[in-house]
Ligand binder design. Structure first.
Ligand code: TPP
Length: 830
């Protein structure tokens, strides 16, 4: 009976009662026949999908059971959402999927599809094939959008089940395996196939199921990026084949090939409350925006609408209104409790997306059974009648009724099947209970951010060999006959520009994109000329939304590209940082490297801009990046560091799948002089390819400048602090104080060995930190010294805990040269 929550027992009882009430079919029917007159789904296929739905339900029940004696750690289930089995059935096993956490039945069907290699493709209908890309590629009219009739899914090659023997059928191939995956996730087994016990997720590379993080809707911008990349690579592939592959210069990391078939579509699912999330609205908007411009994004959004977000109701009609009104996204709707209709509509939607390469949303109505999660006392916010009404719409009962009414099974047989699957699921649960858990910090972090510095160095050397050898002609041509090493000393901005061009030449899969990076060449000219040289397909302006820019990068990286998105100002990264933190940086962690999103995010930032003030143009806060596990943060201060550091980041992304933030100090972009006007000491020549190997800058290695005797004080700094510290050091040298200035170059991982060595050399450390005193980089440097047992003197000069104000007032909160010299003198006076 119902208490304040629908218990597994209630659900089980209700299901048994409902099935017992179903009459036996008068005349058993041939399972090879369609289950109803208006579908291609056969009885056998529906029995198969029923198995997936039941497996998912039994997994939910097992999850509660495991929890009841402290061996399960996850009770958010799929009960009531099992209609998503129909969505999986309507897709191909090779369509990449980013799934809602209630996707148990989808996952089982997908595993079954993949396991059953003999099953012909359900969507292998010529009418579903995408239009061949042409230059114009006009979108077909909407009335051409309906799914062409075609044969439905074929039966497995092995003997089809016969009505009357429903309970005795073996569990379809893949379902037991899927159940084991899910149960391993619930008990945090280190043998769980995707996250290895780090999270309970649906994911497996061989099923093209990409793990999602449980942060509502955060996977949607990535799905759009994947759609864009899949389509772009399909067209590049076609164009490449047409052009005989003669257009590519380098091969750093290989040419771009998506891990999915060219006509794949991307599917991503989410709940109804998630529709309101900023990440979701960003994704819908971006998909629609690109569609409006004529670019193709083959993404099927699937909103599984159970009417609730934990306890908060979606206002009646709101989800439909919101989804219907998305420009550029075609709307489909189906009742997830009606397997046949859900399948037919999902198949129509999938075929439409596949054929037209355009985004669509499938609004699947569902119910939520057993509350949001294990501990949810639903009656606090829902009436008993409402809870009971949901139970009446149990999709498993719906499928059972369909099968019985169509004459493919009796209620008793289906109940026996339910018990048989339940027994098998429990048996697997008992087997995985004792599997090992992650038992050491090193084990937990092993897949987080693999670093293979020797391979990265080799990749840089290989790039140099290509640029100086077989690629030399194309390189000279790309640089208009004058490669950057022949143009004289460069500024920081020019040096990054040249290194980006060399990166584009060497990595055919690299793309540069962001706000204003294309035609304008970036607000500071850093990407100037790249679009003309490499084309609008590889260097392009995006819409104005940082979440979407990063999402495009995430999807593109996953699809095999090497994305280099630009965030116009550091302040605007904060808008979207979950895409770096929650999505990018976790991907290898939650997939043990099976998926990776290599990316070099260029961010213009830090303070000291003369004449262009305001906190948003002068953001000096990097704390939010520094604590993201595994993230690489590079801050080049000088032109001769910027190019090799960028090469390292690109190589590390390509080799290790690293997520790198390349933080460029805006105030130094065009700086030419160091000590005196006209000295040109902040300019540097660009290294010719032959010098790249020798000049390679590994991740986590600092640069040290000795000034005077270099024996009295060690200044540890980065970014703008390097230039100010060198100037201060010159002043101090005039006073007879020898300074060594350490440019960290990498804020993560910090160059700890260099810090310790250089600190010990003088015993007096001044940390010059242009970020804020609280949460700033200096805290990390001091902590590294303490951890290493440093016993000398140490002081900090750091930015004030404030936003940077407009105009001259900025100087009140930022580190100054004067403060640095004063800080060094104070250290010496102790
Ligand atoms: C960004 C974010 N905010 C809050 C949460 C906490 N949370 C987890 S599930 C959930 C409700 C989601 O509802 P809906 O999208 O309708 O999916 P449902 O659980 O109903 O299937 C919330 C608020 C979260 N996971 N992520």
């Amino acid at each position: 009976m119902l208490s304040d929550v629908t218990t597994p027992q209630d659900l089980d009882d209700r299901f048994r009662e409902a099935l017992a009430a179903l009459a036996a079919p008068h005349q058993p029917r041939d399972p090879a026949r369609p289950v109803t007159d208006d579908t291609t789904l056969t009885g056998a296929r529906v029995l198969d999908l029923f198995d997936a739905q039941v497996t998912s339900r039994q997994l939910d029940l097992a999850g509660r059971w495991l929890r009841s004696f402290g061996e399960g750690f996850y009770t958010i289930g799929s009960a009531g959402h099992e209609g998503n089995a129909a969505v999986a059935a309507a897709l191909r096993a090779t369509d990449p999927a980013l799934l809602h956490y209630r996707s148990g039945a989808f996952y089982c069907v997908r595993a079954g599809q993949a396991a059953d290699a003999a099953r012909p493709d359900p969507a292998d209908d010529p009418a579903d094939r995408p239009d061949q890309p042409t230059d114009a590629d006009p979108a077909p009219p909407d009335d051409d959008a309906s799914r062409a009739d075609g044969p439905g899914p074929k039966e497995p090659a092995d003997a089809p089940p016969t009505a009357g023997a429903a309970a005795d059928r073996p569990l379809p191939p893949g379902y037991a395996e899927a159940a084991r995956d899910v149960l391993r996730g619930m008990v945090a087994s280190s043998r769980e196939p995707i996250a290895g016990g780090r999270h309970k997720v649906f994911g497996r590379a061989d099923l093209a199921v990409v793990p999602t993080t449980s942060t509502i809707a955060s996977h949607l911008p990535r799905a759009v990026g994947m759609g864009l990349a899949v389509e772009r690579l399909r067209r590049l592939d076609t164009a490449g084949r047409r052009a005989g592959e003669g257009v590519r210069v380098g091969s750093g990391g290989g040419a771009a090939h998506a891990p999915w078939p060219p006509d794949a579509i991307v599917v991503c699912s989410f709940g109804d409350a998630s529709v309101n999330h900023a990440s979701a609205t960003a994704a819908f908007n971006t998909a629609g925006w690109y569609d409006h411009t004529g670019l193709r994004i083959p993404v099927l959004f699937v909103c599984e609408d159970n009417g609730l977000g934990i306890s908060v109701r979606s206002p009646k009609g709101w989800v439909e209104t919101a989804l219907r009104s998305r420009p550029g996204i075609r709307y489909f709707a189906a009742d997830g409790g009606d397997l046949v209709r859900a399948y037919e509509v999902a198949a129509e939607a999938a075929a439409w997306v596949r054929r037209h390469r355009r985004p669509a949303v499938l609004h699947l109505s569902t119910v939520r059974l057993m509350g949001h999660a294990g501990a949810d006392a639903e009656t606090a916010y829902r009436g008993a009648d409402e809870i009971a009404a949901d139970l009446d719409r149990d999709p498993l009962v719906g499928t059972a009724r369909l099968l019985v009414e169509a004459g493919f099974a009796s209620g008793d047989e289906l109940l026996a099947r339910y018990d048989e699957i339940g027994w098998q699921v429990r048996r697997i649960a008992e087997e995985v209970l004792d599997e090992p858990k992650l038992a050491a910090p090193a084990e937990v972090v092993a897949p987080l951010a693999p670093r293979r510095p020797v391979r990265v160095a080799r990749a840089v050397a290989d790039a140099a060999a290509r640029a100086g050898g077989p690629g030399a002609g194309a390189r000279a041509e790309a640089f208009g006959g004058k490669p950057p090493e022949l143009t004289g000393p460069l500024t920081l901005a020019q040096s990054i520009n040249a290194a980006l061009a060399d990166g584009m030449l060497d990595h055919p899969q690299m793309a540069v994109f962001g706000e204003d990076v294309g035609a304008k060449g970036g607000v500071y000219g850093v990407t100037k000329g790249l679009r003309d040289r490499f084309g609008a397909a590889r260097v392009f302006d995006t819409l104005l939304d940082e979440t979407s820019i990063l999402g495009l990068g995430l999807g593109a990286g996953l699809a095999g590209m090497l994305p280099v998105p630009e965030i116009q100002y550091l302040a605007y990264l904060h808008n979207a940082e979950d895409q770096v933190r929650g999505e990018a940086a976790t991907m290898q962690f939650f997939s043990q490297g099976a998926f990776r999103n290599p990316m070099v995010v260029r961010v213009a930032g830090l303070a000291y801009q003369e004449g262009f003030g305001g906190h948003f143009h002068n953001d000096n806060s990097v704390a939010v990046l520094r604590d993201v596990p595994g993230l690489v943060i590079a801050v080049p201060a000088r032109p001769d560091d910027a190019a090799p550091m960028l090469r390292t980041c690109l190589a590390s992304a390509a080799v290790d799948g690293s997520v790198c933030v390349f933080l460029e100090p805006i105030a130094l972009y065009h700086t030419r002089d160091l000590y005196a006007d006209g000295d040109g000491e902040w300019l540097a020549p660009y290294a010719e390819p032959g010098a790249w190997t020798g000049g390679h800058v590994p991740i986590g290695r600092a640069r040290v400048y000795g000034v005077g005797s270099a024996e009295d004080v060690t200044i540890i700094t980065f970014g703008n602090g390097v230039r100010m510290s060198l100037r201060a050091a010159a002043t101090l040298a005039d006073e007879g104080i020898g300074v060594r200035v350490v440019d960290l170059r990498w804020l993560a991982p910090l160059p700890v060995a260099d810090i310790i060595r250089e600190a010990a050399a003088t015993g007096r450390v001044l940390v010059v930190d242009e970020t804020r005193r609280s949460g700033g980089v200096g805290e990390g440097v001091i902590a590294a010294l303490v951890d290493a047992g440093y016993v000398g003197a140490a002081r900090r000069v750091a930015g004030v805990d404030s936003f940077v104000p407009l105009g001259p007032a900025a100087r009140q909160v930022l580190v100054s040269e004067e403060a640095i010299t004063q800080g060094a003198r104070t250290l010496l006076a102790r």
